[in-house]
Structure formats: structure tokens, C-alpha cells
Write a protein that binds this ligand. Structure first.
Ligand code: IMP
Ligand code: MG
Length: 203
């Protein structure tokens, strides 16, 4: 591999591994959804590189749409408290089999909430999630059936759609954020939490 980006502690999945995993995921879709014309719903912005690679290998008919959703606070934390659908799908999902595509499933709140909206508001027939990376140790809520290309522990990832303060989505591989940068974020999050506690005490 060419020189590794300096933000990376280590590379977990190189581009070749990602392409191979997307090919396998596409086969899974081909088999499970043959003749069903599923609607792929890609969650922006993190799932753009994953979606673009995945769809190249799908051979059954699929449609594609996007949701702009915000759950993530920009640093290392994702939160279920600040969730918001900014732009919903434009395609009619009524009675459709939907596959929700995301870069990573962490606490599960993003998938849980979007699934609920697609089933209850958009009246989809079924909703199954698919992600590039799964972090099952962090799960806080049930997300039902899903497919993941890779499974990892409790690490903060960057590259191939996964951002660090909106940067590094363009890197063609996935890896772990440098330890010193991660520690800085942990300190920042702690300081923010303490400040909040102090403000609440004053009220
Ligand atoms: P969840 O709702 O906690 O499952 O979080 C999912 C969202 O949090 C993802 O779509 C990402 O945008 C973000 N996220 C979670 N873990 C990471 C990570 O390790 N790196 C970058 N973004 C992450
Ligand atoms: Mg995301």
C-alpha cells in the first residue's frame, strides 16, 4: 500500500479487502432479493463510498435513494439524543423491501430510528440494514435483521466514508484513528460533560 495517511494508527481493511467484502454483500442481496426489486436507502454522508462500491457488484434490479440524517456529533461520540432526519427519501417506499445502507452500526440508534420511520411513516414492507462495519459491543438498541461486511470491537474508525470532524471520508481504506488524537477527543468530551454538569447545578 502507498504511504498511510498520518491520522491513522493502523489500517484494518485495505481497499482490496473492502472491494471483496462488497462483492460478497452484493451476492447476498442478489440471492435474498432476486425478483423483488429492493429499494436501497443510503444514509448520507458516511455511506457514499460503501454504496458506490456495493452497487457495482449487484446484478438483480435495485433502486437507489438517500436519507440525510444526523446523529453524530462530529468527534468520537454518536448520540441518540440529537437525531434528526434532514431529508427523507423521495421514492415511494410503500410495500417495498428496503435495504438501509450505512458506513458503521455503533449504538444502533440510527438504524433503529430510520427503520421505524420507513416502516411506520413510509409504509415499507420490510427493512433490513447493511453496513460496512459493525461494532456489536456498542449496541444499545435492537436493530433486527442486518448484514455486515466487517465486525470490530470498540475502536474509533476513519476512512472510506467514516469521518473525523468531517474529514478523511475520501481515504480509500478503513483504519483506527491515531491514539493521541483519540485521547484528545476523550479529554474534550469529558470537559464538555463536566461543563454541562456545572451549568445544570447553577440552574
Ligand atoms: P449509531 O446510531 O450509534 O449506530 O451510529 C451510527 C453513526 O455514527 C454512523 O453512521 C457514523 O456516522 C457514526 N459513527 C459511529 N462510529 C463511528 C466511527 O468509529 N467513526 C466514524 N463515525 C462513526
Ligand atoms: Mg453515518
Amino acid at each position: 500500500m502507498a504511504k498511510i495517511d498520518p491520522h491513522f494508527e493502523k489500517v484494518l481493511f485495505d481497499h482490496k479487502q473492502i472491494v471483496a467484502a462488497c462483492r460478497k454483500a452484493a451476492k447476498w442481496i442478489d440471492t435474498k432479493y432476486k425478483g423483488k426489486r429492493p429499494l436501497l436507502v443510503s444514509i448520507l454522508k458516511g455511506s457514499i463510498p460503501f454504496t458506490a462500491e456495493l452497487i457495482k457488484h449487484i446484478t438483480t434490479d435495485v433502486e437507489l435513494d438517500f436519507i440525510v440524517y444526523s446523529s453524530y456529533l462530529g468527534g468520537i461520540a454518536s448520540s441518540n439524543k440529537k437525531i434528526k432526519i434532514i431529508t427523507h427519501i423521495k421514492v415511494d417506499a410503500k410495500g417495498r423491501d428496503v435495504i438501509l445502507l450505512d458506513d458503521v452500526i455503533d449504538t444502533g440508534w440510527t438504524i433503529h430510528n430510520l427503520k421505524k420511520s420507513l416502516l411506520e411513516i413510509k409504509k415499507a414492507k420490510s427493512v433490513c440494514a447493511m453496513c460496512l462495519v459493525d461494532k456489536p459491543q456498542k449496541r444499545e438498541v435492537d436493530i433486527g435483521e442486518y448484514y455486515s461486511c466487517f465486525t470490530i470491537g470498540n475502536e474509533f474508525l476513519i476512512g472510506f466514508g467514516l469521518d473525523y470532524h468531517e474529514l478523511l471520508r475520501n481515504i480509500p481504506y478503513v483504519g483506527v484513528l491515531k491514539n493521541e488524537l483519540f485521547q484528545k477527543e476523550v479529554e474534550l468530551a469529558k470537559a464538555k460533560a463536566e461543563k454541562k454538569i456545572k451549568i445544570n447545578k447553577k440552574k
